[in-house]
Design a protein around this ligand. Sequence first.
Ligand code: C5P
Length: 222
Amino acid sequence: AENQLLANVNMTITAGPTLEALDPVRYISNHSSGKMGFSLAEMAQKMGANVTLISGPVNLKTPKDVQRIDISSALQMHQESLNSLNQCDIFIACAAVADYRPANIETQKMKKQQGVDDLTIQLVKNPDIIADVASTENAPFCVGFAAETEHVERYALDKLKRKKLKLIAANDVAKSGQGFNSEKNALTVFSETERFAITLADKKLVASQLLTIIAQQYSQSR
Ligand code: C5P
């Protein structure tokens, strides 16, 4: 059996990609299997948490006794995340949110135009979901992820401060066999003053190690 370090803790987890429609048949998105977020949801539930999982489109089974809310766009994920805050002690942002969305969603399929070889799509910035969550009154304990290809520590600590996070879990996506669309992951977890290494392992094992760190830091913060 798992430890019960998260007994009765209300937790919201975002997972998967967001999908930003261009027209009824096309979208902008990014690579994300959702596996890390779903592993966190499964293991947090086993450690006693009440888990709400806000997920973009993924091909994964809902973990047992987890409340799953399916969304498509970043704006929908933003709304559902804020809605979850009336009952949320810990918020973990694992989703690969699209930074920008098309400024307009065409109501009809965009047609290929004769003689038009260059097409420009106007994009607008999406809200930063975890930064907005962390800036609310009585904000939950916020944990973010950072997928970096270089300067992992500097960029992760930058994000920790800028987004007002308590912890940030950084993965080096330049290394093969870990990170998105992989079964395995390795993380370096940073607080403002500490760092913790989680070595390369199956995402479920990585999830339970990360949740143990989160549970300890969360209880110290209260
Ligand atoms: O800034 P960057 O996208 O690298 O930050 C990653 C962290 O911020 C992740 O925890 C991700 O889920 C979260 N994020 C978010 N809303 C966005 C962009 C990122 O919650 N619009």
